[in-house]
Design a protein around this ligand. Structure first.
Ligand SMILES: Cc1ncc(COP(=O)(O)O)c(C=O)c1O
Ligand SMILES: N[C@@H](CCOP(=O)(O)O)C(=O)O
Length: 463
């Protein structure tokens, strides 16, 4: 399997290099040159597989040749063995044909664990084989950071620096990151927002001199291996609900567009998906882009769903690459303009986007109201991100005969503010992190300044 950049100028790479590369050298994102697809018969034959066995079926074609099948299988098995639910990604029914797919049973209580617990293993495996070391730089609005740290804390060949927006993540999220005191783990609280953190990571890929030859890697969904692992649970949910003989729809709480892009790929790969609903909070550039062809940046606002406080959604570029007929020059031009001005798609391309996605924006009041409403209807407690997904699903649903699945992207215990506003009881932390609030923290507050951050990293690494 070969991988190409969405901007057409970076070298074509194999899986191992893509795994370690993160962002492409032309500023683009890597995608497979050719997407694998599965026949109806093949998908049918996967019924009844365990989550780990299904993950191997879906992931193997992306990795083929780079990592031996037996090693890949062991890493996948080890990854999903530690999830707290035996089904790994169980479905909960809210109403007739209305479901939530619980993606928060991993070690850090958010959907990021599905990819990041595997990513750490894949990276360490490849780095050990090559005798190399990797400096990871990641940006987080709260969940990627803790999942990446958990996935890398035991890696022998990785140093990881995670940037989170200072005082803009929940206390549980911050402590999940900052109480990991392993020598290779470094937390930076940046005096800025998530977009600033993400831009700093991208700028560091563009200019790596500060690392004096050390290799820079990524754990955000700019890394292709993240997306690849997230495709699996769409197949798992679809199969459980009757696919491929029956269509399924998904509503996805969206920020960086990685999770919904994985759903889009599952559809291209053969899963019969009827609707893909992009659910946003008030940072609604994706909803505006899809519903009214308006890709103008507005000031980022702090919401009750902080993990989705994102304006610049990296993976939208991967989808636009397909929409523009995989024309790297056109995407390069569009993304350069997007950096400095409001852009819109040409009408035919926009129409194609509208055919692929529905979208809906949910404000804080409606997020809280949905948490309260669903709890009153069913006794089920949604986290605020999932509540946005459920609200959007109910608003956008076209066909009641098709199961509608909202991705439950985080456990409600991570976001007590929204639960308290809904006048409900915050659940207790799982046993493994019951003492989270007593643990010591370590993190560095830094100004929103590239030189300062890069200087801090170089000094910490003693290079
Ligand atoms: C809890 C939660 N829900 C939803 C999202 C949105 O996912 P994505 O960025 O893949 O669109 C994120 C992070 O971005 C998240 O942490
Ligand atoms: N919500 C994310 C934001 C980063 O998204 P990613 O999927 O690109 O890593 C977070 O929790 O950090």
């Amino acid at each position: 399997m070969k991988y190409i950049s969405t901007r057409g100028q970076a070298p074509v790479l194999g899986f191992e290099e893509v795994l370690l590369a993160g962002l492409a050298s032309d500023g683009g994102l890597y995608v497979p040159e050719q997407l694998p697809s599965f026949s109806k018969e093949e998908i049918t034959s996967w019924r009844g597989l365990s989550y780990a066995d299904l993950a191997f079926k879906v992931i193997q074609p992306f990795v083929a040749g780079a990592i031996a099948d037996a090693d890949l299988k062991t890493m996948i098995d080890d990854t999903y063995k530690v999830f707290r639910h035996r089904a790994v990604a169980p479905l909960q029914q809210l109403d007739s044909n209305e479901w939530v797919l619980e993606l928060f049973h991993g070690p850090t209580l958010a959907f990021k664990d599905f990819a990041l617990q595997l990513l750490g293993r894949l990276m360490d495996h490849v780095l050990a084989k090559r005798g190399e070391r990797l400096v990871i730089m990641g940006a987080t609005s709260g969940d990627t950071g803790s999942a990446a740290i958990e996935g890398c804390r035991h890696c022998e060949h990785v140093d990881i620096f995670i940037l989170h927006p200072y005082q803009r993540v929940s206390e549980v999220q911050r402590r999940q990151m900052t109480t990991v005191l392993a020598d290779n783990v470094h937390n930076i609280a940046l005096e800025g927002n998530f977009d600033d953190c993400q831009q700093m990571v991208k700028d560091s890929f563009a200019n790596q001199a500060f690392l004096k030859g050390a290799r820079l890697g990524a754990v955000n969904s700019i890394n292709w291996a993240r997306i690849m692992s997230q495709i699996v649970y769409y197949f798992a949910a679809g199969l459980a609900l009757g696919a491929p003989d029956r269509e399924v729809s998904f509503s996805v709480p969206t920020g960086n567009f990685g999770d919904i892009f994985a759903g889009y790929l599952a559809k291209q790969m053969g899963l019969p998906i009827q609707q893909l609903v992009v659910a946003t909070n008030r940072n609604d550039i994706l909803h505006r882009a899809i519903s009214s062809n308006d890709m103008s940046r507005q000031g980022l606002v702090h919401t009750l769903s902080p993990s989705m406080d994102i304006m610049v959604s990296s993976n939208f570029e991967r989808m636009l690459f397909d929409i523009y007929g995989r024309d790297g020059a056109a995407i390069n031009d569009l993304m350069q303009r997007f950096r400095n001005e409001s852009v819109s798609l040409d009408p035919a391309r926009w129409e194609s986007v509208r055919e692929l996605f529905d979208s809906f924006c949910v404000n804080d009041d409606d997020t809280v109201a949905t948490i309260a409403e669903v709890h009153a209807e069913t006794g089920y407690l949604l986290d605020p991100h999932t509540a946005i997904g459920v609200r959007a699903a109910r608003a956008c649903r076209r066909d009641n005969h098709v199961p509608m699945v909202t991705l439950a992207t985080a456990h409600p215990v991570k976001f007590p503010d929204a639960i308290i506003k809904a006048e409900l009881q915050t659940p207790a932390l799982p046993e493994a992190m019951a003492d989270l609030f007593e643990r010591n923290e370590r993190y560095q507050v830094l100004a929103n300044d590239l030189q300062q951050v890069q200087g801090y990293m170089a000094a910490t690494l003693k290079i």
